[in-house]
Write a protein that binds this ligand. Structure first.
Ligand code: GRF
Length: 208
């Protein structure tokens, strides 16, 4: 049984999707905790209602990034996770924190990395005239929104799109892709080679 800790900052719809697929598909896994850096995160209410342990480590109560990350790591480690899932977790993490969970921490980013790391991805994709957009699940490495790519989902950019319509189209794909990527990890189906290229051992498509 793989133990999963999910970190959120707000809405938590990706966390919800993972919790639901884990139960519906009877993964050999358990979401052991949902931790938020914001006390008022809608996702906490959902997780608590599902009987999942929740915790808040408020970044505003920590003077340094290091102090916050140290307390966050202590909170995570109390649950002995096999995998840490960043799901809309809006904090830049220190190198020691990232190294601690190397090879066992996922992030989802709403762009086709390596395009548009950072914020306002949909606005930037629209401004660049992109005809395709999407989202990426990747292993977390110290460089922000970088690291071995586990899966990518694409959507068309349609005439008349704005940030709202494009982000909604991408988010719907995130809710399919993120649970799938986590399931692959749970099933030990992912291999990362020396160059940081990720393959699925059974050749399942990593493009959605
Ligand atoms: C998603 O678009 C995710 O890709 C990004 O932040 C958003 C989080 O949404 N990192 P939610 O909290 O999972 O609903």
């Amino acid at each position: 049984m793989k133990r999963i800790v999910i970190l959120i900052s707000g809405r938590g719809s990706n966390m919800e999707a993972i919790v639901e697929r884990c139960a519906a598909e009877a993964w050999d896994a358990q979401i052991v905790a949902v931790i938020s850096n914001r006390p008022v995160a809608a996702g906490l209410t959902y997780a608590a209602a599902k009987g999942i342990a929740t915790a808040v480590i408020d970044h505003k109560l920590h003077i340094t990034r290091e102090a916050f990350d140290a307390e966050l790591a202590a909170a995570i480690d109390a649950y002995h996770p096999d995998l840490v899932v960043l799901a809309g977790f809006m904090r830049i993490l220190t190198d020691p924190f990232v190294r601690r969970y190397e090879g066992r921490m996922f992030n989802i980013h709403p762009s086709l990395l390596p395009a548009f790391p950072g914020l306002h991805t949909h606005r930037r994709a629209l401004e660049a005239g992109c005809k395709v957009a999407g989202a990426t699940v990747h292993f977390v490495t110290p460089t922000l929104d970088f690291g071995p790519i586990v899966a990518q989902a694409t959507v068309p950019v349609l005439p008349g799109d704005d940030e709202h319509t494009l982000s909604a189209r991408v988010l719907a794909r995130e809710h399919v892709m993120y649970p799938l990527a986590v399931r692959w990890f749970v099933e030990a189906k992912l291999r990362v080679d020396a160059h940081g290229l990720v393959t699925h051992l059974d050749g399942e498509s990593q493009l959605l």
